[in-house]
Write a protein that binds this ligand. Sequence first.
Ligand SMILES: [Zn+2]
Length: 451
Amino acid sequence: MTASAPAAAVLPVQRSDDLKTALRGDVLTFRGNPFLQPVDDCISFERDALVVMEEGRIVARGAARELLPTLEAGVEVAHYPDHLILPGFIDCHVHYPQTEMIAAFGEQLIDWLNRYTFVAEQGFADPEHAREVVKVFLAEQLRNGVTSSCVFGTVHAGAVDALFEEAACLDLRIMAGKVCMDRHAPEALLDTPLRAYEESRALIERWHGRGRAEYVITPRFAPTSSHGQLEMLGALAAEFPDVLIQSHVSENLDEVAWVAQLFPACQDYTRVYERYGLLRPRAIYGHGIHLSEDELAAFHASGASLAHCPTSNFFLGSGCLNARRVCRAERPVKLGLGTDIGAGTSFSMLQTMNEAYKAAQFHGQPLTAAQAFYLATRGGAEALGIAQRVGSVEVGMEADLAVLDLRSTPLLDYRMRYVRDLDETLFVQMMLGDDRAIAATYVAGKAAHAR
Ligand SMILES: [Zn+2]
């Protein structure tokens, strides 16, 4: 182990075998935040490196010519010339049950929820249906190099069990929760304050900290939870101070106006969550497009995070997040990227970076390639409070990796001839790359996808 091994306690990774293996190629990872520090201080790029993995962790990383002679005979080395070895991508906000209704035409948030989402989610009362969708969902994530995600289920506890069970079979670091809502949705999708509390609590006891699973307390968003339910979920959050919380905030202007009507005593949307004890470190909120400066300051002060979901924001016409404003050095808010399937239109984090760049362009504050790749890896890990475990290619980290083929399509192959440096390489990949660019995905040191 080297000095870069994280000091914090880590959950045990359960593995069926403990074979040592290695990947060889160019390695890119982040050691700092390129929104706050000069890029050269936070990016780590090493040509022809070796990443050695054992028992689900990275046990060595360095120049291939130095490390290769130290490997025991028989250690398998997968060589990826002309590829980039990255931390596995982190999807900070995604709804697995919406996989079946991705790309549903023509509505904005509230109508889209009523017309498509709330119809599809009723099918998840059947755990077998849930399991079928989970399998498609996880396979898509792995095809796209996503190795950790923070996932919404439906109101049904069994649909969350199905996700945790399948993720455990793959040894994925997964964070997920049962959606809680007791109003403003079809009867079949409503729980009550007490049921939301009891079912969430039982799921915490069943899954939180088991293998690589973590539970997430999940009120859908303020309009679908009564005061009583938000109070119960705040009490649950207080009982389990290390458990993640996820929801939505300030996605769409009609939604913001509706929240103001429903919670007249609260100064703004953010203060609704704050009032119930749901704004704290490891609480992550999707979108936040229309947050005021004052609300962003509240996010910063509380340690809560935002998930930027640009493909979804464009799809539903919600607006464009100004990521650089969110991350501003005077009061930085922790930010990750989310696909927000099924309002989001792609499982690809490269395509999500592409759209994040375009959203920022509307504000005249374009994201750099380094900032975008940071958000999709270490930034997401920081936003979810898992950066001591995943999100970097360093000794001691869990061995979750994505291998990017830099010439995955005829156009990329051609375009790469004219690329001058690393920065341009990364930018071209995030604009033109998609699932085809993911040559392989490694989960806890094991190949989980190979193209
Ligand atoms: Zn969402």
